[in-house]
Structure formats: C-alpha cells, structure tokens
Design a protein around this ligand. Structure first.
Ligand code: PEP
Ligand code: MN
Length: 351
C-alpha cells in the first residue's frame, strides 16, 4: 500500500500518517518526491484498511501497489533516486559514475599505484576487494581489515569514494565503517539475512545481480534492503550464466532499460565480470552507457598478469584512460555527462 500525500501536506501531517501506520502494526517508509511525499507501507500480509488512512489530514489518496517489489518500484517513487556520497560524487541522475580499481587489494603499493592512475584519468570511485568470494577455499581470500585501511588512505589521498564488498554478516559493520558504498556480491544476492542487515546500515548498498537471477529476484533483493529503511540502493548488472562459451558470463544489457522502466534505483553495469575478457571490457562499457546505465564498474590492474584474482578481465590503466575519453563522448548523445574528478589534475601536479 502507498499513501500519497497532498503537495501542500505539512511535515506534521506526514508524521501523523507515519505514526498511524506504526499503530496499525506496519512500517511506514516516507519517500519525499519533487512534487509530493509518498509513504510506503510494508509489513502487512494482506490489505491495509484504507478507509482510516484516507481520512487523515494531508492525505491525497491511498493506492495498492500490485508489484512484488514496492519500495524499489516506480509506482511508489516516480523520480530517479540519486545516491550522494560524502566525497561529493553521485550515482544516478544526469552524471555518470565510474567505479574503477583492482579485483582485490593485494598490497598498499599495488592499490596506490592503481588508484593514482584511475584518479588521474578522472574516476570518482575506487573499487577493491578486501574480503573476496572465491570459488576455491585455497585461492586468495583478500587482505581483510588491512585492505580496508589501505582504501581509507586512498580516499584521503585521492578523494575517491570507496566501493568494497561485505561477504558476510560478521564483517558487514566493519566494512561499512570504512567504505563509502557497501557491495553485496552476486553470490550473496539472495542471502536474505545479509540483505536485511545491510538494510539497517545508513550507507549506500550496491547489489550485484545474482548469476541466474531474474529481474524480479534482483529487485526483491533491493526490496529486502529498502524494507529495513535503507533507501540508498544501487543495482549492478554483472552478467548471467548462459550457454555462451566466448565469455565468462553473458552481460545482459537488456536489463538496463527494463529496470529503468519499473524502478527508480540507479543502475551500474560491470563489464569486467560480465565478460571476463580484457578485450571486451571497453566495447561493453561503451554499450552500457549507450543502453542508459548510470555508470560502470571496471577492474583495472597495472600488472594483470600478476594479479591475485581476475587478471584476465582487468584492463590496463592506459585502457581505462581511453575508456573515460570514450564514455565522455558517448555521454551527451544519451543526455548524460561524465564528471571528471576535480582534483585529478591537482593531485597529479602535486607529485
Ligand atoms: C567483484 O566485484 O569483485 C565480484 C566478486 O563480483 P561478483 O559478485 O559480481 O562476482
Ligand atoms: Mn573480480
């Protein structure tokens, strides 16, 4: 159910409606829009008695949301969600977001060398795994806390917002304490207890699409986070499993316009995991922006042949620079703009 408030409804009237919803035993989710505030209601198994709600002061109408996902749906919030980071960077809206960095943080030297180059090319976000979801228990598992500390230093030094994965409930709060955006990986997209805990954070959460997840399942993962009161959710398409043998995964760009149609949440695309091939990353990054994504997340490594994870899909810093130039040119064609990190040249000049 959704309570649509009148455009001129006062904060007191909005609060009174929220209090009423709590009294009914449900959870209110006030979602301010450009024109009016809507209040989503969750926690109800069946229909909420709309009669009482409709008679409250400031209420324009009460409507039923028929989709399985509600808070993630455009029915509840028409305007695109824009996630704003403390560094000044944004995900969503007109500006494109570019997240770049190695698959794993391997050492301070490796991370700084890559961060410096992606910052100089204008990226606003740095990615790097501290806790890695590896298929083999014998493969590199990540540096953990040490990696989180390295990334915090990188934020300090280069002004980059940090995106990193939380693998489990045990380390979620630790990761959230150091990161700007908490990533939930493809393998955890239906880890409902982790999603709920991520919903209790007040930090943006980036959810990667599970490798066999339908669009509805993907949006229900977002709904889990939002239902706990965290509305700063970013969706990330990263490829799904198909019969294709030319790529690690099949990057499903057709989900971008489909998601855009039904959801207000920002959408990123990860062409690195989406293809698994260095030579496919730039073409698919270009295609992602052309398809209407709000940005891309790419793996960059200065010595990919020595990378401890995902070397074959990591692009070189020089390729990343080319990608930024290409995306900058494509952006205006689709009504977007690629902001370059303001301090990029200053940081380089200060060397
Ligand atoms: C990653 O981004 O490093 C990662 C492990 O991605 P995914 O969860 O999409 O496989
Ligand atoms: Mn990776």
């Amino acid at each position: 159910m959704l309570v649509v408030m009148k455009a001129q409804a006062t904060p007191e009237e909005i609060q009174a409606v929220c209090d009423h919803i709590v009294q009914l035993g449900f959870r209110p989710h006030p979602l301010p829009g450009a024109q009016r505030t809507a209040i989503g209601i969750t926690g109800n198994q069946g229909e909420v008695n709309r009669g009482n709600l409709e008679s409250l002061s400031g209420v324009a109408e009460v409507i039923r949301v028929s989709k399985a996902y509600k808070l993630a749906s455009r029915d509840v919030k028409e305007e695109d969600t824009v996630v704003r980071l403390a560094t000044g960077a944004v995900i969503g809206g007109r500006d494109l977001a570019v997240v770049a960095g190695p698959c794993s943080i391997e050492s301070r030297e490796q991370a700084f060398a890559i961060a410096e180059q992606v910052a100089a090319a204008g990226a606003q976000f740095f990615r790097g795994g501290a806790y890695k979801p590896r298929t083999s228990p014998y493969a590199f598992q990540g540096l953990g806390l040490e990696a989180l500390k390295i990334m915090a230093e990188i934020r300090e030094r280069f002004g980059l917002a940090i995106v990193t994965e939380a693998l489990d409930s045990e380390t979620l709060h630790l990761v959230a304490g150091w990161a700007d955006v908490v990533q939930i990986g493809a393998r955890n997209m239906q880890n409902f207890s982790l999603l709920k805990k991520a919903g209790q954070l007040r930090k943006p959460v980036l959810i990667k699409r599970g490798m066999s997840a339908t669009m509805e399942e993907f949006l229900m993962a977002a709904e889990y986070v939002m239902s706990e009161g965290n509305y700063q959710v970013i969706l990330c398409e990263r490829g799904v499993r198909t019969f294709a043998d030319h790529a690690r995964n099949t990057l499903d760009l057709s989900i971008v316009p489909a998601l855009r149609h039904v959801s207000h949440l920002p959408i990123l695309v990860d062409p690195s995991h989406g293809t698994g091939r260095r030579d496919s990353v730039l073409p698919m990054a270009r295609a992602s922006i052309a398809a209407g994504a709000d940005g891309v997340m790419v793996e960059v490594h200065d010595h990919p042949e020595k990378a401890l994870s995902d070397g074959p899909q990591s692009i070189y810093p020089a390729q990343f620079s080319v990608m930024m130039q290409e995306l900058e040119q494509i952006a205006p064609v689709v009504g977007r703009h690629l902001p370059r990190r303001v301090a990029a040249t200053t940081a380089a000049a200060a060397e």
